[in-house]
Design a protein around this ligand. Structure first.
Ligand SMILES: [Zn+2]
Length: 108
């Protein structure tokens, strides 16, 4: 109720809908100085938008964590190891094996 009066009578006060639409740009740093002030002023006075902003930040954090975990899975997956790398490892192993054989021949 107070919030409704606030957004109606305080000049430049954003509505919750406007805060919602500014949220992405706020995080991207795309808002002008005045828009940032209006955004922060609304957040400071509106508990609903504070909760909403927390949820938004948590969602971003979780999404980033999920992305990192997914990336680790991809890079450690054997299917994703480059074929060149596998061939390089195999060729090194082959040359080590043949070097052993050469050494053994020299010993004998
Ligand atoms: Zn609000």
């Amino acid at each position: 109720m107070i919030k409704r009066l606030m957004t109606k009578y305080v000049p430049g006060m954003l509505t919750c809908q406007e805060v919602d639409s500014f949220l992405y740009d706020f995080h991207q740093g795309n808002l002008s100085f005045n828009q940032q002030l209006q955004f922060k002023l609304h957040i400071a006075m509106c508990s609903e938008c504070q909760v909403y902003l927390d949820d938004y930040r948590n969602t971003i954090r979780l999404a980033k964590e999920a992305f990192v975990i997914e990336n680790e899975l991809v890079t450690t997956s054997i299917d994703k190891v480059p074929e060149d790398l596998i061939n390089a490892i195999l060729s090194v192993r082959k040359s080590v094996d043949s070097a052993k054989i050469v050494n053994n021949e020299h010993k004998d």
